[in-house]
Design a protein around this ligand. Sequence first.
Ligand SMILES: [Zn+2]
Length: 242
Amino acid sequence: MTALEIVRIPVLSDNYVWLVHDSDSGATMVVDPAVADPVLAAAATRGWTITDIWNTHWHPDHTGGNAEIKEATGCTITGPAAEFARIPTLDVKVQGGDTVRLGNHIASVWDVPAHTAGHIAYHFADDAAIFVGDTMFAMGCGRLFEGTAEQMFANMQKLGALDDATRVYCAHEYTLSNARFAVTVEPDNDALAARLAAVEAARAAGEATVPTTIGAERATNPFLRARDAADLGRIRALKDAA
Ligand SMILES: [Zn+2]
């Protein structure tokens, strides 16, 4: 089985759309298309036709391109069953424990409620890759719009149990802001200080800092490193006020 090709498409002010291609079958999937045109263009440049869209949650900056891409390609749209009413373009409703397929690559669906009530993630175990939407960011986590610190803590624990090498494809370039906040939470964390310096250099050079890895997050993400749900909630409240 050939490795998935994964292309990062920066859109809007800080969103990343992920274009995922299986060269064996020719299947091409888009995770969370905020918009359509740059995504269609990125696929066309590579000679790929989009066969699938996978949504992680209903927010418009994750689903806004659904209708136009489907219109252009006839693709199938898969997303969280619990948010069906808020994603009217969905064709296939999935929830935690389900599996979805891109060619011969199988992803398991995880329920990761907290940012939104029905938020899901897609884990390609054999590819050591997980698409987390707005659940985990580099050195951060999503805001708790529709859920609790307890839920987000459980999500962080589950993500943190993956292998260090697992690549985490999050949906925003929030890394620099997150790093600057994280060092205030863990001022004595040398790995975090080093990562902040590296991120500052990367962003100054106009480089993306995503995907991240579970190993990097275990060393530097204060939300993943929170002792318990109350600690995560405390840190989240500080970040919201920052
Ligand atoms: Zn969101």
